[in-house]
Each structure stands twice: as structure tokens, then as C-alpha cells.
Design a protein around this ligand. Structure first.
Ligand code: GLU
Length: 416
């Protein structure tokens, strides 16, 4: 985790640089450097021991010039309002870059979900949905999961919202279980998108992904599924971590085992390989590709010197601090930025939302094909821009491209 406000400063720095490089006016920066609306909520939950705890939460609606606000909800013990603002800004960029008809938002509740019972977690999820209900809606603001939340939590939230609305309202939350208006691809879509972005980059930089080694930092939804799809695409997973340690295996970690750990079928140390206590070990192993897929600010000025990979693909939001990114580029290491690499989640959310609005169903293959096409086009667009601007990072190219669409929409609507 970054120090208070540090992550927001990083995102603002990237935004400012994007505005300057893209040649947009300063006033544009002034507007997008602030969220349009912030909702702060207190959620009382009756705990299993009979006492009440009051949790603090937010919904930050950053910008809706391109369409309804869209972005996940994070349950994390250290999340701050400033982090939530930064994450909402990244969603605006990510949604714009992916060509989606969405603005950007993000929700957060300061809580350690691992310390709650299922009943307490359900009460919190429903309480949060009730608290933000007046400001969300299927064409207003559409939440989804993020770190610490999942499809079950979306099921409770969509149920709570539907009760308030007095009708089933499937399109107001995305990434729901397949049995409840969700799509089976959503469970693995972020990791799948990360793998597609890695494969597309590997085709440009090298002769492809076949036989390349990959270290994955984090084994949550993004990390575990990225490992699974990267292996299917021919890569070899050589390191993976959880919050309590890491497993390293030069001969290759079977991605199936990582997935089984994520699905709580086996303990972490049952993943084949040597166990080490340092959860950051994957950042430093010898590998062609590093996929940071946990939280923000893990590759920093103070540890970037130890990173050995030639390519970093950001599965998490904001894992590379700007000073560290600069040093990586000086060493010839390419960083595929979060707003491009991890867009698979929200692109899939969009497909699910379209299905829900029409009460229509696409099958898994059809959905995955659509997701893959959008990811490939997204990558090609950013790569083409990056190739033209030799001094830029790939993040600069992604952000400038995303800002262009936002700026044009603001111009057309007369907001600037
Ligand atoms: N939480 C994911 C992200 O950061 C997905 C958001 C969504 O599906 O709305 O992109």
C-alpha cells in the first residue's frame, strides 16, 4: 500500500503528463483532476457477537462524460478516500481507452473481509448497496467487484437493490454469478485479458509467448486466472505469491494448482515448488515477464533495482510507481500499463451489462471471442501510438489515447 495520498499523487502525475504530452489545454487537467461527485457512507453492521460495528465506505464518481459511471467496489482494511479517488480516475481512463460507453467510478469500504463471517459479510454488502442506492442505477452508475469482493457479494448487492427498486434490476451490478444474470467468462475475464495483453506484447517484442517464463505477484482472481491462461498460451509460470509467502519453481508451477489455491481447494504451500516467506519474491526472480497482480505501489524506487523481468504487465491497478517506471524504461524494460492490461474485467462487465439490459444471453465461447477481440484492438491502438512517440512510455500512449476521447466528448458536449 502507498502512504496516505501517495497513490493519488501518482495518478495525478500520470494524468498531468498525459494532458501535456497529448497537447490538451491546462483547463482540461483542472477538470479531470477532480471527481464530479463523492458519496461517503457509514454502514452499521450487527456482528455475530451482538455488538455493532460501523464501517466507512465511499463511492467516487469521477467523470461521466462518456456514459454512466462504471467501476468496482473494494473491500480492504487500508483503503482511503484518496485511494478511491485515484482508482476512480483510472477507471475513467480504462473505460475510455477500451472504447466503452462508460465514465469512471470506484467504491470502497474500509474493512478486512477475511475477518468477517459470511453472515457479517452479507450484512455489510447489503448495507453498502442500500447506502449508495440513491446514486447508482443501470444507466447511472454500475458497480462491480474489485479487490476483496466477488460474485457472491454482487449477488447480495443486486438482490438488495432489486428489493428497493421493487423489480429485478440485473444491469445495476456486473460480475454476478452465472446463475444470477452473470456470464461464465466474467470469473476469469481480468486474468484472461492480462494473458491476451501479454501475448500480444510478446509477439511484438519477441517471437511470441511460447516457452517464456512468467512470475506472478498475487494469486487472487487476477493473478490466478492470468497464470492459468498464460500457461495455456505456452508460457511457464515460475513464481507466484499470496499475502503470506511465495512459491518459486524454475521447472514450472502448474497453473491448475494456483487456481485450486485461489478456489480454496488446497493450501498455498501445497503449490509445487519451494516456499519462501517473502510475498514479494516473485518481483525479484529471474523471469521474462513479471505480472504484478495484487495491489498498487509494489514496484517502487527502493526495490525496482531488484526487478529482473524484461516485460512488466500490470494486472493490478497502479502497481508501478512513476519513478520506478522511469527507471525500468531506462533499462529497456517495457511496462504494459494497468488501464490497458487489466481492462478485461470491465470489458466483460460491459458485455454482461449489454446482455442484462436486453435480457439476452451469449454463450461462453461467443463472449470470450468478443472480449479477446476488444483486448487485441485495444492493444493494437496503444501500441501503434507508442511506436510513433519514441520518448513515451506505453502508459503515456495509453493515457494520451484515453484522454483524447474524453476531451473530444467534453468539447462536443460543451463542458469545456
Ligand atoms: N474492478 C475492475 C477494474 O478495476 C473491474 C471494474 C468493473 O467491472 O466495473 O477494472
Amino acid at each position: 500500500m502507498a502512504a496516505a495520498g501517495e497513490f493519488l499523487n501518482y495518478v495525478l502525475r500520470s494524468l498531468k503528463r498525459g494532458v501535456e504530452l497529448g497537447g490538451f489545454p491546462d483547463d482540461f487537467y483542472k477538470i479531470i483532476a477532480k471527481p464530479q461527485r463523492i458519496l461517503a457512507v457509514s454502514i452499521p453492521v450487527k456482528m455475530d457477537n451482538g455488538s455493532y460495528e460501523v464501517f466507512e465506505g465511499y463511492r467516487v464518481q469521477h467523470c461521466d462524460v462518456l456514459g454512466p459511471f462504471k467501476g468496482g467496489v473494494r473491500f480492504h482494511p487500508e483503503v482511503t478516500l484518496a485511494d478511491d479517488v485515484a482508482l476512480a480516475m483510472l477507471m475513467t481512463l480504462k473505460n475510455s481507452l477500451a472504447g466503452l460507453p462508460y465514465g469512471g467510478a470506484k467504491g470502497a469500504v474500509r474493512v478486512d473481509p477475511k475477518k468477517l463471517s459470511q453472515r457479517e459479510l452479507e450484512a455489510l454488502a447489503r448495507g453498502y448497496a442500500r447506502a449508495i442506492a440513491p446514486l447508482i442505477g443501470d444507466v447511472v452508475d454500475i458497480p462491480a467487484p474489485d479487490v476483496g469482493t466477488n460474485a457472491q457479494i454482487m449477488a447480495w448487492m443486486v438482490d438488495e437493490y432489486s428489493k428497493i427498486a421493487g423489480r429485478n434490476a440485473p444491469a445495476v451490478f456486473t460480475s454476478k454469478p452465472p446463475e444470477l444474470w452473470g456470464n461464465p467468462v466474467r470469473e476469469y475475464s481480468t486474468g484472461y485479458g492480462v494473458a491476451v495483453a501479454t501475448r500480444e506484447t510478446a509477439k511484438k517484442l519477441w517471437d511470441g509467448l511460447e516457452g517464456k517464463t512468467v512470475a506472478v505477484h498475487g494469486a487472487g482472481n487476477t493473478g490466478a486466472w492470468a497464470a492459468y491462461w498464460l500457461e495455456k498460451m505456452g508460457a511457464k509460470i515460475v513464481a507466484v505469491s499470496s499475502t503470506n509467502g511465495a512459491v518459486i519453481n524454475e521447472k514450472g508451477i502448474p497453473a491448475e494448482a494456483v487456481l485450486r489455491y485461489y478456489q480454496r481447494e488446497i493450501p498455498f504451500d501445497a503449490i509445487p515448488g519451494s516456499f519462501v516467506k517473502d510475498p514479494d519474491a516473485p518481483l525479484y526472480v529471474e523471469a521474462d515477464v513479471l505480472v504484478p497482480a495484487a495491489v498498487e505501489n509494489v514496484i517502487r524506487g527502493d526495490n525496482v533495482g531488484r526487478v529482473r523481468a524484461r516485460l512488466v504487465v500490470e494486472g493490478a491497478n497502479g502497481p508501478t510507481a512513476p519513478d520506478a517506471e522511469k527507471m525500468l524504461y531506462e533499462r529497456g524494460v517495457v511496462v504494459v500499463p494497468d488501464v490497458l492490461a487489466n481492462a478485461g474485467g470491465v470489458v466483460m462487465s460491459y458485455l454482461e451489462w449489454v446482455e442484462n439490459l436486453q435480457w439476452y444471453i451469449w454463450d461462453e465461447e461467443e463472449t470470450r471471442r468478443r472480449l479477446e477481440t476488444i483486448m487485441i484492438n485495444n492493444f493494437a491502438k496503444v501500441y501503434a501510438r507508442w511506436e510513433k512517440e519514441k520518448e513515451w512510455t506505453m502508459r503515456d500512449a495509453a493515457i494520451a489515447t484515453a484522454l483524447e476521447r474524453i476531451y473530444k466528448a467534453m468539447k462536443l458536449r460543451g463542458w469545456i
